[in-house]
Design a protein around this ligand. Sequence first.
Ligand code: MRU
Length: 373
Amino acid sequence: MALESNGTKASEGENSLQSICYKRGSLRLLDQRRLPLETIYLDVRDATDGWNAIRDMVVRGAPAIAISAALSLAVEVFNLESFDGTCEEAASFLVMKLEYLVSSRPTAVNLSDATTKLKNIGLEAAATVAQAKYVFQAYIEAAETMLTDDVTANKAIGSHGAAFLQGRLKGPKTLSVLTHCNTGSLATAGYGTALGVIRTLHAEGVLEMAFCTETRPFNQGSRLTAFEFVHDNIPATLIADSAAAALMKAGRVNAVIVGADRIAANGDTANKIGTYSLALCAMYHGVPFYVAAPITSIDLSLSSGGQIVIEERSAKELLHSRGGLGEQVAASGISVWNPAFDVTPANLISAIITEKGVITKTKSDDFNIQGFI
Ligand code: MRU
């Protein structure tokens, strides 16, 4: 059965901001392509379903895709009717599936970080336990821990970020921020990263207005971030991507805060296409530009952002409305370049907010991320 054909409405206990609904042996992913109009969950039964859900943007956002990949395989091994192999064969099975899952989307390091850690869990378990089922059990427990750890990390990012931004407030008692793409509950296991900071600012009564860009071509901002703001009664205003410079020139934002898909060792940050333009505008207008991301979004193996692989997605996302799912909106025959991400150089970034605290610049205007970690 195709993943598309198994959609069902939210069941009791699931809310419309929960992208990942998991209990041992069962994984349901909110089909984010259908938001904000429909809340439909798709059953994910194995790694193949997980791969398709990630590739087709049922689930998206760096932390959410990593966790969904991990849990899709957890569900598969939990429901295996029989596995006659040795512990080493169980570990090889996990490694093979994880190598497949990591190929679903290339840019977010969270996915490759999670699969590397989980491969090691399988291999270490195989060396210590007596039966294959215990290798799978160790894997399932580790994948489940990623789900709970992510929410804890996001709440810490929210607190560090909100405290930091308030500390930097000069003059006004409240502040307005601009964000891009969707970095909220829908992009994570819950609460969100950059949007988590905005949630905390709102909870602490210091948020005047959150502006969100549409984030073309997939419209994560207008469909998902706007949906989260409305859901949580956060004061928010949607702008066209092309209105950001005018908004900053009008002095209507105190800070820009975005998420990350991969942060290189020098602080260069890959994030949703359009982030780089926002950072350039922010620098020109003297607006601080912050990245909020968990430590798992940092890739110390890359010295700079030039080494980050940028995913290019289908031309259909530009040629048709609704990120490729709706009617044709561009002239037939036009060629298309559709990079899903861009890299913002570290010199345009004021600080990086993580669950362990805020990484600020050294005297020489660099980030010492390695030292911080
Ligand atoms: O293509 P997407 O929707 O997966 O892109 C998402 C982003 O770029 C987010 O800003 C990033 O993954 C951080 S989500 C907490």
